[in-house]
Structures are given as structure tokens and as C-alpha cells.
Design a protein. Structure first.
Lengths: 436, 411
């Protein structure tokens, strides 16, 4: 039966080429626009580390003075160095790492290369295992290197190839005029979004050099990213706002907790810690600690750009208009065939059969529109990739979105076909036959 | 023309008529809002910065070593830069509009006040910076050399935050001291002592929009003798904008050949106009995308109107023939369909205005957009009326050309 309806649909298209083309085009335009924006939205709002995003938690507390305190507000978005180092020493999670971004100058030894700056990350040893960073050569450093403030570095494969070519583990690299030993080279790693430090570009390429946080402090290297300071006390720390006791929040602190019990225990631990700091007079504000897993943290920070959300809404509005358009055209098409339907009904076709036949025709238009729409979506994504935003290069159609496109097209066209098919099924054979 | 027969015909084709009305309404709503969004973006891109935009060049310089005497290096650099023919003035800067990073600070009017009155962006510099940016002083005076604090002192341990004088923008003055003379007034931001306002700058925007559009003009300048490492930035002001690129290249060479080994990325040396263009690229892209959607939407709607109108014409061929046989002129038939479309479009537009308003309410809540100005409604309405008339013209003409003889044929 289905095959027969399909054949009828194709025959009807041939009879009304312009009208059919219009419908296919309308659906294709709507699908193309909505799938372009939906793909961008999907890429940007995805889970950056799906295998363990539920086990990784971002830690926050409220160490600021009472100045400007408003009850119920969110705690500081980053941690102080003092609290981060204290939590790191306690080691209450399965894994934990403190981190900050920094810019480093590389003076290459290779002939003919001038010095250049790279973005880098100062962090502690668990970073690599906790975030499943893949290694091409060597590995990350351990607690021993953290404690000894050793001058070791992990670099990316791209930087490795640019500076050395081949395996650079064991070689040395000059960072801000200090000699570092390379102990690991990471494979391409680009979590999207770059969840672990939202003060940096959310979708950028990321850092190229990793060194121990303790070493970065021993060498007084500058940090980058957001920093919030408070209090009026003169700061006597020779390291300024990067000092251990500086009243400044600039560190991201992540912890891995493998079970719900551990999570609950860690929450209690944070409250305890904060209470103790209050008692000791370091914290002034009421205890306000947070532990957010990856997806919650991303949601709270609204990482998907507002423009992308707006474009997605707009595209679906456009799809809706395209569908309304298709409903109207399908209605015109089916009713124009009133007499044909009348004959079929008179010859014994049930209303259900007419309804099915019309839906098959609508669905076929949907498939055609979907395929054309897929092409338009690819064109649209190509256009997105030419844009200046940091997420531009990520805009690609993956198999999930490819299937979604076709499904959306068919579902949309079937929805558009419902009303016209229902009207067509109401055709009374007698009147149609009489007017012949 | 009597519209009663048209209405009664439409009533007999409720579904199809409703569909067209709905389509026009949705298009109208989306087009109004999209036009409004484009208007918003364009307005945003045209905000004045208060700077001599066409004459400024920015060069970024990153130091490697922390051991050198940065103040001395900076002095030598600036002298060399000013020596380049065509350079009017040069200065180090902590931050630049459209430059990305920014320094911000809360401002309180009272010493023991806990909540800030506003947050402003802190520029630092002296008369050099003032001249290089090309700022306009509208009240008070500029800094004097002896009021400038060394960057090293400012960053050093034990600095108490005492900066006695400050320049503010008119936007800050209007917000902090509405209706009063701001000169001589003091506010609190750094340290325990007030900063006294000695002058008011007409306009100086913040480096970025992170604090929202309303706070865009809130800036202050603190009197500081910067080093090139403070903001890793040198600014040049050239006498002749057409020589900017050439002077920029010379300046890069001058900096490379003097002072300690530093990283002076050539891609980061830009004219201020380039920085401005790059900053607004996203807005431009968004405006274009909205424009494309508007056009696509209008085309699809027009095609829908054409499709349904031709269907109706075909369906009513016999009636048209009868009307023609009874004496109706071609013009009357043409006007019948045109009026019919006008009626449908009008209902759609009225409904569309309500939708437009609803969508705007939604956007206002989600994206901090202002209310849709009423002017966009007649614009959208005219657009759709025109569109409807253009779309229906083809089918209506076809209807008008139906010969009266059709009436005599059977079927």
C-alpha cells in the first residue's frame, strides 16, 4: 500500500511541478536555517567531558569582606590562593587540582625563530588524570614535582612540532628566561566549551604549556584571566595580588568525587572549612560554599552566547512560517484534487486510506525538503565557519545532527500534512462526482 | 468596492484564509523584531568613543625579563616613537577601548559606605595619554607632571592607595553628582582617602561592554606614569591618517631595534579603526544574518500568497467567467483579488502587531533589550501590505484574463 501511495505522490508532483517545488523549497529553507543554528547551539552547549562530567566539581566559597555584601548573592566565582592551597593539602577528593591561566614568553633555540608568547596553565599534578588529558609522549608531573617546585613543563603536540619536531620529552625549553624540562607532550585536546576556566575564551584552542602552579609562584610568573580583590588593607606581599595571603580570588579549583556519598561528605567538608575560617576571622561573610558539577557550572555561567540562542529562536520562527506556508500549499493541492479523491472514495477507498495517501505525499515532500535542507545547512555551517567568533571552527555537522535534520524535516512535513489530509479525507464522493 | 461578497467568500474558505492570515501575522511579528534588532546593532556600532579614532595606532609589547628598569626603557621608547616623522604624540596605556582587557573599580561617595554607587573603568596616564587619545576636556583642568604617581610605587608593597586627583567622564559626573559642579568633589575607590575630581572629559568609553551597555561611558583617568609593562601597550597618534600603516611599520622597527629583547607581535599592531571593526564584527555578522532572515521570510510568505491565490483563482474560474459575462470589467476582477488580499493582510498585520509585542516582551526578559519602539510597527505593516499586493498581482491578473465564455462551458 505504502509503495502505491508513494508512486501516486510522485505522479502528483509531476503534475504540479511549480507548486511541489515551492513546497520543497520552503521546507528546505526552514530546515536549513534551523539546523544550522541548532547545530551551532548543540556544539556549544554540549558536554565537554561526557565520561565524567557528573563526577567533576567546581568549588566556590565566599572569602570577601562584608563590603558590598548582599544576602543571597552567589559566592566569589573563583578561589583565593590561600584556600586553594589549603584544600589541595587536605586532599579530601578522589582527585583535585588548582589552576590559573598565565602568559609565558618562549625563546626558541631553533635558528631563525623569534621569541613569542603562549597561553599557559599553572596547575597541580592531578590536572591531567582528572581531566583525562591524552598524552602523545611522556606524562604529567606528580605530587613530588609540585612540592619541590620543579621546573618541569608539559607542552601540546602542536608546540612540540613547531619547536622541536619529533619527541621533545627530556629536552629543555626557555620560558620567561627560565630553563624548564619537558616531561610530557599532550595529544590534541580541546574540550568544548573549555569548562575548567571560564574566565578565558570559552571555545578557543586553549593553552599550549602547562607548568606546576608551585613553580609559577616560586618564579613569580604573572597570571592572566579575571581577578577580584577586596579589602582596604595595604598589601605588603612582594608578589602583590598573586601572593599567598592576598585578598584576591583568581584560582579555579576542581575536585573529582566518584560517588554521591563522597559528594555529600565533600559538601560538609567545605562548610566545615568555611566555618573554621570564619571563626579564625579570615572570612567575614556567612558561610556560602558551592560545589557544582560540570554541566551545572556551565549552565550557571551561560556559556552559550546570547546571539546563538537568539539565532536559534529566530530560525525556528522561520521554520514555523515555512511550515504554515506548506500547510497552505498542501491544502490547496489536495483540495484541487477533490474530484480525484471523490472517485477514489466512490470506488471504495476508506477515509483512512485517503488520509494515509495524503500523509505519504506530505512525507515525501518532507524527505525531499530534508535532503535539500541538509545541503543548505551545510552551506549555512560553512558560512558560520567564516565568521570571526572563537567557536566558528567547531561548526560541523555530526551524524547525530545529520539524522536529526532528516527526522525533523519528515516530522515537520507530516505535521504540516495533518490538516490538509484531514480536509481531503472529508471530501464527500457524491458532490464531487455530481459536478463532473 | 463592496467588500461584503469578498468576506462571504473568505468565510467559506476559513482554513485557507486563516493559514494565510497566520503566516502574514508571524512574518510581520518576526520582521518587526528582526528590524528592531538590526537597528539596535547598528546603533551600538555607532556609539562615539570620545577618541581621535582615525589617528590612533596601537602597538603591543610584551617584556620577557622582569629585571630591567622598565620606567627607563619606556622613557627611551616613547622618545624614539615621538621622533618618528608624522607622529603627533605617543603614550603607554593600561587599556584601550576595544582592546579586550580592562581595569575596573567600584566607586563610593561616602567613606564608610559598603555598597558602591557605580563601577567604572580606570584608565591611567598623564597629559601624554590625554593628547594621544585626543580626549576633550569640558571642565576643570588636566593633570600636572608633579601629580603623576610612578607605576612602580603604585604596584609596590605598602602602597596605601592614596591617589589625590582624578579625571572623570561626563557620564560619571552626571551619575555621581547630578545637577552639581563635579570639580573639587571627592569619591572613594582605592585606599582610605578620597580622589578629588579636577576635570571632566566629554566622552571616554570603557574597553569593553562586560558591564552592560548602560555603563559604557563610565571611565576615570588616574594620574600614573606608566611603564610599557603596565598594559603592554603603546599608543601613537599620527598627524595624517593616510600614513598610519607606514608609521606603524616604522614604529615596530624602532621598538625592535631598541631596548631589551621583547616580544612585539606584528599582528597585534593595529590602527584603532581596525580594532573597532574587529570588536563589532559579531554585531555586523548578526545584522547581516537578521537581514537575510527577513528577506527569506518575506520571500517564503510571498510564495505562500502566490500559491494560495492561484489555487483560489483556479477554483473560482467559473464564477469569474460568470461575473465577466454579467458585465464585470477586467479591472473589477483584478481589484476583487487585490482587495481580498488587502483584507487578509490587514487582519494578519493586526494579529502580527500583537505577536510582535509578545516576542519583544520575551526578548526583553531574556536579552535586556529595550521595548520595541512603535515606529517599527507601521514599517512592518507597510512592508507586508506591499508584499501582499505584489504577490497577489500575478494570480489576480490571471483571474482578470479569464474570458467570459468560460461561463457557458460546462464543468
Amino acid at each position: 500500500m505504502f509503495g502505491y501511495y508513494f508512486k501516486l505522490a510522485l505522479r502528483s508532483f509531476k503534475r504540479n511541478k511549480v507548486l511541489t517545488a515551492l513546497m520543497v523549497l520552503a521546507i528546505a529553507l526552514g530546515i536549513g536555517a534551523s539546523m544550522t543554528t541548532l547545530t551551532v547551539f548543540y556544539v556549544l552547549s554540549g558536554d565537554p567531558i561526557p565520561q565524567k562530567s557528573g563526577k567533576l566539581f567546581y568549588v566556590q566559597m565566599d572569602p570577601a569582606t562584608m563590603d558590598g555584601y548582599v544576602a543571597g548573592e552567589d559566592p566569589q566565582s573563583q578561589m583565593t590562593r590561600f584556600d586553594s592551597e589549603a584544600l589541595l593539602r587536605d586532599k579530601r577528593g578522589d582527585r583535585q587540582a588548582m589552576m590559573s591561566a598565565g602568559g609565558l614568553a618562549i625563546q626558541p633555540e631553533k635558528q631563525g625563530m623569534t621569541p613569542f608568547t603562549v597561553e599557559s596553565r599553572y596547575t597541580s599534578s592531578d590536572f591531567f588524570d582528572m581531566f583525562d588529558v591524552p598524552f602523545a609522549y611522556g606524562q604529567g608531573w606528580g605530587v613530588k614535582e609540585d612540592e619541590a617546585r620543579e621546573r618541569v613543563a608539559v607542552i601540546t603536540k602542536d608546540l612540540n612540532d613547531k619547536l622541536f619536531g619529533g619527541n621533545s620529552v627530556g629536552k629543555s625549553i626557555r620560558l620567561n628566561e627560565h630553563e624548564f624540562r619537558i616531561i610530557g607532550v599532550t595529544e590534541k585536546w580541546r574540550p568544548t566549551p573549555r569548562f575548567f576556566d571560564l574566565t578565558q575564551s570559552h571555545y578557543g584552542e586553549g593553552e599550549e604549556v602547562y607548568i606546576p602552579f608551585s613553580t609559577s609562584r616560586a618564579l613569580k610568573l604573572g597570571s592572566s584571566g579575571d581577578m577580584t580583590c577586596w579589602g582596604d588593607e595595604p598589601n605588603d606581599d612582594p608578589e602583590g595580588s598573586n601572593g599567598l595571603n592576598a585578598p584576591c580570588a583568581w584560582i579555579q579549583y576542581w575536585v573529582q568525587l566518584d560517588s554521591a556519598e563522597k559528594e555529600a561528605a565533600y559538601r560538609r567538608y567545605l562548610i566545615n572549612y568555611s566555618d573554621q575560617q570564619r571563626k579564625a576571622g579570615r572570612f567575614e561573610r556567612p558561610t556560602n560554599t558551592r560545589l557544582s558539577n560540570v554541566m551545572t557550572w556551565l549552565d550557571e555561567n551561560k556559556v552559550v552566547p546570547g546571539d546563538v540562542r537568539l539565532q536559534t529562536w529566530l530560525a525556528f520562527g522561520f521554520l514555523l512560517v515555512c511550515l504554515l506556508n506548506t500547510v497552505g500549499l498542501l491544502l490547496a493541492k489536495f483540495l484541487r484534487r477533490g474530484s480525484e479523491i471523490g472517485v477514489r472514495r466512490a470506488l471504495g477507498a476508506s477515509r483512512r486510506a485517503i488520509f494515509m495517501q495524503c500523509l505519504v505525499e506530505a512525507g515525501t515532500i518532507g524527505i525531499a525538503g530534508g535532503i535539500l535542507g541538509l545541503g543548505l545547512a551545510m552551506l549555512g555551517l560553512w558560512a558560520v565557519r567564516q565568521q570571526p567568533s572563537d567557536y566558528a571552527s567547531l561548526a560541523h555537522l555530526d551524524p547525530v545532527m545529520l539524522v536529526t535534520t532528516l527526522v525533523l524535516a519528515i516530522v515537520a512535513s507530516l505535521l504540516a500534512g495533518l490538516l490538509p489530509a484531514w480536509s481531503a479525507m472529508q471530501v464527500t464522493p457524491a458532490i464531487q462526482l455530481k459536478s463532473q | 468596492m463592496d467588500i461584503r461578497p469578498i468576506l462571504s467568500t473568505l468565510l467559506r474558505h476559513k482554513t485557507a484564509a486563516a493559514l494565510i492570515v497566520l503566516e502574514i501575522a508571524l512574518s510581520c511579528a518576526i520582521v518587526c523584531n528582526a528590524l528592531f534588532l538590526i537597528g539596535n546593532r547598528l546603533e551600538r556600532m555607532q556609539r562615539p568613543t570620545g577618541l581621535a579614532e582615525s589617528e590612533i595606532v596601537r602597538i603591543r609589547v610584551n617584556g620577557i625579563s622582569r629585571n630591567e628598569d622598565a620606567a627607563a626603557v619606556t622613557k627611551a621608547d616613547l622618545a624614539a616613537l615621538r621622533g618618528i616623522p608624522g607622529v603627533k604624540s605617543a603614550s603607554a596605556s593600561l587599556q584601550v577601548p576595544f582592546g579586550g582587557s580592562s581595569w575596573n573599580s567600584g566607586v563610593r561617595l561616602g567613606k564608610d559606605q559598603k555598597i558602591s554607587n557605580l563601577s567604572l573603568s580606570t584608565y591611567m596616564g598623564g597629559p601624554d595619554l590625554f593628547d594621544t587619545l585626543g580626549l576633550k576636556l569640558i571642565a576643570g583642568r588636566q593633570f600636572q607632571q608633579n601629580e603623576l604617581i610612578e607605576w612602580k610605587t603604585l604596584q609596590g608593597p605598602g602602597f596605601n592607595g592614596n591617589i589625590p586627583v582624578v579625571l572623570i567622564t561626563k557620564a560619571v559626573a552626571d551619575k555621581l553628582y547630578p545637577g552639581q559642579d563635579p570639580i573639587g568633589k571627592g569619591f572613594y575607590s582605592w585606599g582610605d582617602d578620597p580622589h578629588r575630581v579636577i576635570g571632566v572629559v566629554d566622552t571616554l568609553v570603557r574597553p569593553n561592554d562586560n558591564d552592560g551597555p548602560a555603563a559604557n561611558g563610565y571611565s576615570a583617568i588616574f594620574p600614573v606614569n606608566l611603564t610599557y609593562e603596565s598594559g603592554n601597550t603603546y599608543l601613537l597618534r599620527v598627524a595624517d591618517p593616510s600614513r598610519r600603516d607606514e608609521i606603524m611599520k616604522t614604529a615596530l622597527k624602532v621598538l625592535e631595534s631598541s631596548g631589551p629583547t621583547r616580544i612585539i607581535p606584528e599582528d597585534d599592531a593595529k590602527t584603532f579603526e581596525t580594532m573597532r571593526n574587529e570588536y563589532y564584527r559579531q554585531d555586523r555578522a548578526m545584522a547581516w544574518m537578521l537581514g537575510v532572515v527577513i528577506v527569506a521570510l518575506l520571500v517564503v510568505t510571498a510564495l505562500g500568497i502566490v500559491g494560495l491565490a492561484s489555487f483560489w483563482v483556479q477554483q473560482r474560474t467559473k464564477q469569474i467567467g460568470v461575473r465577466r459575462a454579467l458585465g464585470a470589467t477586467r479591472g473589477q476582477i483584478l481589484r476583487y483579488f487585490q482587495t481580498e488580499n488587502f483584507l487578509l493582510a490587514t487582519i494578519g498585520i493586526v494579529l502580527g502587531m500583537l505577536f510582535a509585542y509578545a516576542i519583544n516582551q520575551l526578548l526583553m526578559g531574556k536579552y535586556e533589550l529595550p521595548r520595541l519602539p512603535l515606529i517599527y510597527l507601521p514599517v512592518g505593516a507597510t512592508l507586508l501590505w506591499l508584499l501582499g499586493q505584489i504577490a497577489v498581482y500575478g494570480p489576480a491578473r490571471k483571474a482578470a484574463s479569464v474570458p467570459p465564455a468560460v461561463a457557458t462551458r460546462s464543468a
